[in-house]
Write a protein that binds this ligand. Sequence first.
Ligand code: ITT
Length: 192
Amino acid sequence: GRVVVATHNAHKVAELQRILAEDLPGVVLEAYEGPEAVEDGVTFAENALIKAREAFEETGVPAIADDSGIAVDALDGAPGIFSARYAGTRDDRDNLELLLTNMQGVADRGAAFVCAAAYVDGERELVELGVWRGSVLEAAAGEGGFGYDPIFQPDDAPVSAAELTAEQKDALSHRRRAFRALAATLAAPAVS
Ligand code: ITT
């Protein structure tokens, strides 16, 4: 059936179209054009649920949302849920440059891309987390993907996330892991 995607990020929409075509076949995704929810949760999961609830309440159509970002070990998980506004400008390139600067000379480069995938339909509220481990590169590499992809070296890939093809990123990403888990939960019989 119809599902609205509560995101204003076109890159996320493109990835979710591809991921859900495989993991939730038969679902027709529609962009949610309504007001942006106030993301005042303190976790990825809370913020994903806030966005999905807002879209469901505005449209009456089952809604999914994605809250995501990069959590860096040496920075105690920063920028984390603040990844989109790390540099204060909401510009992906500024955010990436600031993270490179803050990681200059730092030996522990470990990091994770994290995605919370939420689903709200008025009866059920579901949220699943996907984590993609890797490390922060010393300099940007690659033109693909979006956001922090050029400075993220996945543990399970030979090149940066921005040097992967869309299909390669889809197969491995935090977003894929989260939405695959969400699809599995949605497909399972309701328990309560
Ligand atoms: P919506 O809230 O409308 O969905 P947003 O872009 O504001 O869009 P978030 O608050 O979830 O989304 O912020 C996500 C941040 O993490 C943003 O800076 C992205 O560039 C970054 N990010 C998320 N997924 C990513 C990915 O797959 N690769 C690289 N960076 C990613």
